[in-house]
Design a protein around this ligand. Sequence first.
Ligand code: UD1
Ligand code: MG
Length: 362
Amino acid sequence: HYKIDQEFRRSILINAGLSLAGFFVTVKMIPVASRYVLRRSLFGYDINKKGTPQGTVKVPESLGIVVGIVFLVLAIVFQYFNFTADSSWLVEYNAALASICFMILLGFVDDVLDVPWRVKLVLPSFATLPLLMAYAGHTTIIIPKPLIPYVGLEVLDLGWVYILYMALLAVFCTNSINIHAGLNGLEVGQTVVIAFAIMIHNIMQIGASSDPEYQQAHAFSIYLVQPLLATSLALFSYNWYPSSVFVGDTYTVFAGMTMAVVGILGHFSETLLIFFIPQVLNFLLSVPQLFGFVKCPRHRLPRFNPETGLLTGTQDGTLVNFYLRVFGPKSEKSLCIHLLIVQAIGCCFCFLLRHLLAGWYK
Ligand code: UD1
Ligand code: MG
């Protein structure tokens, strides 16, 4: 047991070192890539600054492509340094990377071609195929203790339903990050908060368990979440208010897919969904517009008042608008900070819930 601990620690530390290098490379590459995307007219106008001089500036789009590429390089190189790997680990790890890579490609296609909304929704289900086809893990769920008498089983094998669940999880994670957006810093900010929570969760679980397979599953997650966190922080420094770059759908779907993949292969997808509480709320508020019961405009953003410099909530069904309607007009920057704090509170709630329900799964 002691030896395994040592090996995990070594692999995690090397992964941290690689991630740190990735942070600096991303910081250096974003301004370079910005010049190139502008040359190809890949830019957006900052909508919440309409009516101000800043609102007429062309902000380079899709800088998530830098994060995606640096992330993939780190994740591929890391395999060489993973001392705890066995062959089945490598198959799943590479299938996960293929899914993430496919998702980055489709996200970039969306940024360049502006794919219709309905098509955009289902793209992630194609991107998960490499993972689903290579998945050799279990397809069972553990029944919570209080429910065992009613179900009559301790574990339930879901078979292909479980595979479908994994595909749906990827569709949800990618899209839900993409539509909780439209404020400078919000797309990356929410990812940074969730990725940080996932890291803490993994470290706690590795420490609490002595089962090598369970530890391996959580270490797997750390190996992918650490580079995600590091490269996202680099992007955050440019995307924070006032944004000098936009992240693009390349970033939102990449981040969502990476977190879905670690949730699936780390076997903590229920916990992951609780980290996504604000995204779930935003999705529920969005249902009428997403499914076409109410007209869905291209952008569902708050209204900017150039006189006060504050944002006011509109009738569009988003968490951003709902928050503004409940708590009153706010500046873009403080609204983003508020929503990131809400995200962090959601994560703390998840840890509390897990603590309270711990006995249910033992
Ligand atoms: C999703 C949302 C849309 C929201 C958009 C903002 C749904 C169904 N779609 O669309 O309502 O308006 O994200 O990203 O909920 N932009 C800003 N400030 C920002 C970030 C983006 O003004 O901080 C604008 C820029 O013009 C940028 C554009 O949004 O070019 C990017 O939009 P994109 O990510 O392509 O929109 P969607 O993901 O399709
Ligand atoms: Mg988007």
